[in-house]
Design a binder for this molecule. Structure first.
Ligand code: PA5
Length: 325
């Protein structure tokens, strides 16, 4: 647990190091002339696509999609840009989609620490950027996010700035907030309630609870929450769950949900994650929740670093897919 905890605590320097990096084979693309951008990746790498896509959705008129699958959507053709993110570079779903994109002559870019993805990217002569190795994929979020941003800024006319994150991740109150969150979550199934603009943070929170704390976890997203989840809470056993409402700039909806759930006597905590901007909020929230998930693992007596079930799944998928590719 010491290594993973230290790695999370050092996120600020991880981010800073990653902001200065070289893009190999940079292309020159105008986002406005692309038919779309697809981010491809799974788990701790796939979340980078969620985070960047949510930002771009509000910044550019070009469609942006996230692919977490073996299948590249039919509409992705040579006028699209596909950005594959895989920390290991060996994730089969990502490699399958990347290869299919190459077959369709899509514009390609890769973000990884190595593996087959970088071998393929080099062979194809496409734009790529290396991520610092030596981390668990989920712990390398600052590095993968920064490298993806550096890559996009270099390849396209986008100017995404995440440098303020370096200071945000030094916040001395972060680790204390994480300790309080871990203590609160102990003894119940975590449920994170977020507003739609913070959907990537909700998914990230769930993934961190799953992989580090080894516990099932639910994410609920407003305003869709108001059309189904809200009913489910009418008669769910009160002692089963620990609900965390993540609060950022868009407070009215989050406050409504918190009040509703509190009145129903659920064990509930409101966590303030809002910082100066979108990326800063996602980075800060991911940091506090990541730390909390490691501390929760220790409270629960489980190993936060190993993910044997993922390895088991990956072995299955290798033998399953060889019949199809
Ligand atoms: O965080 C993890 O360890 C996993 O979610 C991995 O990110 C996931 O299995 C995909 O692997 P990779 O990030 O190497 O593509």
């Amino acid at each position: 647990m010491r290594k993973i905890l230290e790695d999370y605590l050092n996120w600020s320097s991880q981010l800073k190091r990653a902001l200065t990096a070289e893009v190999l084979n940079p292309a020159s693309l105008d986002v406005g002339s692309l038919s779309g951008i697809a981010f491809v990746g799974m788990g701790g790498s796939g979340i980078i696509g969620d985070i960047v896509a949510k930002y771009l959705e509000r910044e550019v008129a070009t469609p942006v999609v996230v692919v977490k699958s073996f299948a590249l959507p039919k509409y992705v053709d040579s006028k699209w840009l596909v950005v594959a993110v895989s920390y290991s570079g060996n994730t089969l779903e990502t490699l399958t989609v990347f290869s299919e994109a190459a077959r369709r002559r899509v514009k390609l870019a890769a973000v990884s620490s190595g593996g087959r993805l970088m071998e393929l990217a080099e062979k194809l002569g496409v734009s790529r950027i290396y991520v610092e190795s030596g981390y668990l994929p989920r712990v390398a979020l600052p590095s993968m996010l920064a490298k993806t941003v550096v890559l996009l800024n270099k390849l396209t006319n986008l100017k995404i700035d995440i440098e303020r994150g370096v200071e945000i991740l030094k916040d001395v109150e972060g680790p204390e907030a994480a300790r309080e969150l871990a203590n609160f979550l102990s003894g119940g199934l975590p449920v994170f309630v977020v507003t739609e603009n913070m959907y990537p943070l909700g998914i990230r929170a769930k993934n961190e609870m799953n992989e580090n704390a080894k516990i099932a976890c639910k994410v609920e997203v407003l305003p869709e929450w108001g059309h189904n989840d809200v009913v489910g809470w009418e008669s769910t056993p009160r002692d089963l769950v620990k609900i965390v409402v993540l609060r950022d700039g868009f407070t009215e909806l989050a406050d409504f949900a918190a009040e509703y759930l509190r009145k129903l006597n659920y064990s509930l905590k409101v966590l303030e994650v809002g910082r100066v901007g979108y990326f800063e909020t996602v980075l800060y929230g991911s940091w506090v929740i990541g730390l909390a998930s490691v501390l929760l693992a220790s409270i629960r007596g489980v190993n936060s670093e190993s993910t044997e079930s993922i390895e088991h799944y990956k072995q299955f998928i290798h033998s399953y897919l060889k019949f199809y590719i």
